[in-house]
Design a protein around this ligand. Structure first.
Ligand code: NAD
Ligand code: GLY
Length: 363
């Protein structure tokens, strides 16, 4: 097992446990549970796979659980209520612990519920998708969607620890594995070009679920994420670079209806849009954009935007984003492969050129 640390101030630093068989060996991490009352939040797909194992491992505690319906379309305030209902019905106190057992949807919802319940109870992230293990479980961004905007209601709220047990990825389907690779590739593009080369060379091994390759990718991704979050927890600067491709991607997720495109798929297309716009600014060469498209394709991710969405629809949806200031769209772009910009005020005509012409301009 590897232990990384997210270094924060005021005694809020926390470990990320990465390895195999950690869930079945809770002695490693039960010191992070603060009291007898423990609520496990999960969903209807993950519960039959992993809930009883976790309940057995934690049988010494007063355990309760909430099983939410599975899907991005349920990541909303209405379904958050179910968590509060259970916490209140079971009379959970302020020293209780909430465990989020699931992918990014459950992690974001569970974390936000923990942030709100009695103004904050402890929570533990047990990410069960590759995407959640390499990105969403680390860094304390929690929240839910609104019909008009993705992740627009939420809080920064850090977990007590993150438990990334690679064994749970065995049951993840191939489409979800690829979606997780979109966020893995992101780290290579924004700040770790040697990692990008490693990913280009090892993509077949990752898709074949080679254990050593996956373990390396989880660890190196978490190292990148922990460094960025440690430097800028509340996103006043460099943390925004983790949003490469996300403004376009969130527009696709919202525009096509939550759940139609997986988050990682939308981010892959969005990153290609961002690469095309970076090329228009003279920062990337055609060959760089083609290299970026090639690695997403190698990961079995889409690079062509949905035909159903219009340029006006993108612009309208991208106007609702947490990076925007005074209603002006701001994007993370690439100054070079391996070096992301801070948020850039984009010229509407250049944004429209990308939205109108990518990917045909590169054909
Ligand atoms: P997800 O949570 O919807 O999980 C994907 C699917 O895999 C679901 O159907 C789930 O039930 C299933 N699943 C999960 N674990 C499984 C397992 N071990 N075996 C079999 N099936 C399993 O999606 P995701 O890709 O994990 O997360 C996407 C969400 O994360 C989005 O809402 C996105 O906005 C959010 N996100 C948050 C952050 C952050 O910093 N908080 C970062 C990136 C993404
Ligand atoms: N996934 C973006 C962030 O954690 O900041």
């Amino acid at each position: 097992m590897k232990v990384l640390h997210v270094e924060l101030d005021q005694h809020r630093s926390y470990p990320i446990y990465i390895g195999s068989g950690i869930l079945a060996n809770p002695a490693v991490w039960t010191q992070h549970i603060r009291s007898q009352q423990v609520l496990i939040v999960t969903n209807s797909t993950i519960a039959p796979l992993y809930l009883s194992g976790l309940q057995n491992a934690l049988s010494a505690y007063q355990l309760e659980s909430v099983i939410l319906p599975d899907g991005e379309q349920y990541k909303n305030l209405a379904h958050l209520e179910q968590i509060f209902d259970q916490l209140l019905a079971k009379k959970f106190s302020r020293n209780a612990t909430l465990i989020a057992l699931g992918g990014g949807v459950i992690g974001d919802m569970g974390g936000f519920a923990a942030a709100c319940y009695q103004r904050g109870i402890a929570f533990i992230q047990i990410p069960t998708t590759l995407l959640a293990q390499v990105d969403s479980s680390v860094g304390g961004k929690t929240g839910v969607n609104h019909p008009l905007g993705k992740n627009m209601i939420g809080a920064f709220y850090q977990p007590q620890c993150v438990i990334a047990d690679a064994d749970v990825l065995d049951t993840l389907d191939d489409r979800q594995l690829s979606a997780g690779l979109a966020e893995v590739i992101k780290y290579g593009l924004i700040r770790d070009p040697e990692y990008l080369v490693w990913l280009e060379q090892n993509m077949p091994a990752l898709l074949a679920r080679d254990k050593a390759a996956l373990a390396y990718a989880i660890e190196r991704s978490c190292i990148n994420k922990a460094e960025v979050v440690g430097e800028d927890e509340f996103e006043s600067g460099v943390r925004a670079t983790l949003n490469l491709g996300h403004t376009f991607g969130h527009a696709i997720e919202t525009g096509r209806g939550y759940g139609h495109y997986l988050h990682g798929e939308a981010v892959a297309i969005g990153t290609c849009f961002a690469a095309d716009l970076s090329r228009r600014l003279g920062w990337l060469a055609d060959a760089d954009v083609q290299r970026i498209m090639a690695i997403f394709k190698a990961a079995n991710l889409p690079v062509v935007p949905p035909a159903e969405m219009t340029t006006d629809q993108y612009v309208e949806l991208m106007a609702v984003d947490k990076k925007n200031i005074d209603g002006k769209i701001r994007l993370i772009l690439l100054e070079a492969i391996g070096k992301a910009s801070l948020p850039v005020n984009v010229d509407l005509s250049q944004l429209q050129a990308t939205l109108n012409h990518y990917p045909t301009t590169l054909a």
